[in-house]
Design a protein around this ligand. Structure first.
Ligand SMILES: N[C@@H](CCC(=O)N[C@@H](CS)C(=O)NCC(=O)O)C(=O)O
Length: 219
């Protein structure tokens, strides 16, 4: 199995973490945004990462890819079978992809992607506004929904947790950490899930990259 993309993308890191939690054997083919690699393009017609290949089967979109992984290797179950738990898991995945990631992207794109990869000035005002106005609203939403168990669905690890914590790694990269005094449950929850061996090494690798290129969050 091949996953195409960069772990810096929360969508890609979600797939990498999911595959690792499943114990699937995969290789990451590292690519930048809109890469023209023909294998990547064959799997991702719109040029979005992650893309995926298993033999002659090609696919893109993180949720589609993890759905395939769940079907070919049901154990351990990361997308529950029980109807309500299953629906809630997909809901959390969607919240991650359509609420948390777009908020994070305003900061990550303008503070990191623009200066570091595109060699152009980012819209720092937009990044600051997202951090000041959008992020606290999302954290206020999440704070009362983090259960005592430390898992969002079925009191055990599911795709819901794997998806929701990914943008938080990028929040960290851009210097927008969670204030544990204001959002203590979120802070503890994110730290716990991110520490899993399926996730932590990717974040470490990204931090090492930023340290190597001398990146300091530009705010
Ligand atoms: N819904 C897709 C979103 C994928 C996506 O937007 N990936 C971004 C990177 S985080 C990308 O490849 N962007 C390149 C572009 O927009 O041209 C998924 O879940 O995989």
């Amino acid at each position: 199995m091949i996953v195409y993309g960069s772990s810096m993308s929360p969508y890609v890191r979600k797939v990498l973490a999911f595959a690792a939690e499943k114990g699937l054997d995969f290789e990451l083919k590292s690519l930048g945004l809109q890469a023209d690699d023909p294998d990547f393009r064959a799997a991702s017609p719109f040029g979005l990462m992650p893309a995926f290949r298993d033999g002659d089967f090609r696919l893109s979109d993180s949720t589609a890819i993890v759905t395939y992984m769940e079907a070919i290797k049901p154990d351990p179950a990361l997308i529950p079978a029980e109807p309500r738990a299953r629906a809630m898991t997909i809901w959390w995945d969607e919240i991650a992809d359509t609420k948390f990631v777009p908020c994070m992207a305003k900061m990550f794109f303008n503070r990191i992607v623009c200066p570091l990869f595109l060699k152009q000035e980012g819209d720092l005002a937009e990044a600051d506004r997202a951090e000041r106005e959008d992020l606290p609203k999302l954290l206020d939403f999440l704070e009362p929904r983090v259960p005592e168990s430390g898992y969002l669905v079925e009191d055990r690890l599911t795709l819901a947790d794997i998806a929701i914590v990914q943008p938080f790694a990028n929040f960290g990269h851009v210097g927008a950490g969670v204030d544990a005094a204001r959002h203590p449950r979120v802070a503890a929850y994110v730290a716990e899930i991110q520490a899993r061996p399926s996730i932590a090494p990717w974040i470490e690798r990204e931090r090492a990259f930023f340290a190597k290129v001398g990146y300091e969050p530009n705010r």
